[in-house]
Design a binder for this molecule. Structure first.
Ligand code: SAM
Length: 195
């Protein structure tokens, strides 16, 4: 079993347990509503973390290293598949001036990412949906956590030839990387589109 996946699921569980636990600070009559409100979101989030990939954010110290490889600038388009709470996407938008698109399956993380983008005022859109259905024909760079989606290879086949695709932590089976950067806590497996 993948230790990062298990760690991510445990961290997700700890986060929601803490948040629900804060209910004890509320007046007694509110505690039940607090629990009933958060419990379904917590369970959906845990299910998502287990079935898809857990929310394991890229450390912000990695932004510069990522930006170096993404080859982005004003006028280009960056896709982050599984954008989480959007912190990384906003940092990339601010540094590169690229138009950014984030896709996220968890409604809670999607809502936070949308708020973050709005607050930062960057040129970005955050879509609620499944990354496996993403249309990447307009992408100049794509970043994702290369876990067990099983679509990594077809994903690389679907981007334009010039597009840079970075898979975090995992190589894409059957595809030859143009580079692998292991200089930091996350390893970056870097590919180009077909042709
Ligand atoms: C490892 S986190 C990465 C978050 C962010 N991109 C970063 O690097 O900091 C993976 C994210 O992908 C989301 N996710 C997992 N499966 C997904 C799917 N099929 N479609 C869209 N998002 C998905 C998870 O909810 C989680 O927020």
């Amino acid at each position: 079993m993948n230790p990062k996946r298990v760690g991510g699921v445990l961290a997700t569980a700890a986060f929601w347990a803490l948040l629900i636990g804060f209910g004890v600070l509320l007046p007694a009559w509110m505690q039940i509503s607090w629990t009933l409100l958060l419990l379904p979101v917590a369970l959906a989030s845990l299910y998502g973390a287990w079935v898809f990939s857990p929310f394991v954010p890229t450390p912000m110290a990695e932004v510069e290293r990522l930006v170096e490889h993404l080859e982005l600038g004003p006028g280009s388009t960056y896709y982050e598949l599984g954008v989480g709470e959007g912190r990384l996407l906003v940092a990339i938008a601010e540094r590169t001036g690229a138009r950014c698109v984030g896709i996220e399956i968890s409604p809670a993380l999607w809502a936070i990412a949308k708020l973050r983008v709005w607050w930062a005022g960057v040129d970005a859109s955050i879509r609620l949906g499944d990354l496996r259905q993403a249309d990447l024909s307009g992408a100049d760079a794509v970043y994702f956590w290369g876990s067990a989606h099983g679509i990594e290879r077809s994903l690389i086949a679907s981007v334009p030839a010039h597009c840079v695709v970075i898979s975090r932590d995992y190589p894409v089976p059957g595809c030859a990387p143009i580079a692998v950067d292991t200089a930091g806590p996350v390893s970056l497996h870097i590919y180009r589109g077909p042709g």
